[in-house]
Write a protein that binds this ligand. Sequence first.
Ligand code: SF4
Length: 336
Amino acid sequence: MRPFELRRAASVEDAVLLGASSPTAQHGASVRYLAGGTTLLDLMKLDVEHPAHVVQIAHLGLDRIEVSPDGGLSIGATVRNSDLAHDERVRLGYPVLSEGLLSGASGQLRNMATTAGNLLQRTRCVYFRDPDRACNKRAPGSGCDAMEGYHRNLALLGTSDHCIATNPSDMNVALVVLEARIHIAGLHGRREIPIANFHLLPRETPHIETPLAPGDLVTHVTLPPLPPGTRSGYLKLRDRASYEFALASCAVVLRTEGGIVEQIRIGLGGVATRPWRAVRAEHMLAGRPLTVAGVEAAAAAALEGAQPRPGNAFKVELARRCIVQAIRNVAGEALQ
Ligand code: SF4
């Protein structure tokens, strides 16, 4: 690990100033915020991340889960994944989030990992984590060894000629179907971004993963309230259940009335370069009776446009089946 300077922020405002202080800060590369450290420290040891300054933020009081004025939930940036998953308001009101969190990593990691850290989790592409290999995300313009190499766990949707890495977070897939909003403190004040605009497609710049500027600090995430009668759930398919990243996963939020779909949101993980919203599939199901045939057609539509490579082509069918089963699990007897 390379030498770095460890700084302790006195407040959120101080953290922002420290975060933006490096003259070479670009996309936060020279300064990193440290809370749980479950991703950052690994990547620093691998020499993938080499910040000149690391700013501690775990003690800033961003560790609270509170009911928002609109009846939704406000989740602090440094709330631990375990605490969030087991919070009664999350378990009962947003089960898709609890299930997503509990399907990720191990108990020990969830006890350390935080909301903002999970939100900003880096890809598990093996070439990204190996400084001796070509990777446009780690070293812009160097190429992409995954295209012709090992890409079994990489993406089919939202890919580009420059990168096919998946966003590895289960929590993020739950957050997209809950239409979370990301709250940020920055040099020019506070702002919020819908999660749909937070994770960027790789396009020609896979090293730019979010709209965050130097100094920007995620302070909390808010979830809007869900109407009464809304159900939700998360299904994750992977090589082993004890601890593994998704080959395909699906988050569902569903509300039916008299057998008709009032609202459905479908998110996909493990198959896309960012937490993926299957909008076309949602449109095919909304306002109609929820039938097996309709769900199967919508699931097939969700994978239209997929661009598999030889090593991950099996995930087209896997993801399709994952969607069908996830909706079955959530709908129960509402599925005709
Ligand atoms: Fe790097 Fe993306 Fe290619 Fe993986 S898929 S090697 S992260 S550019």
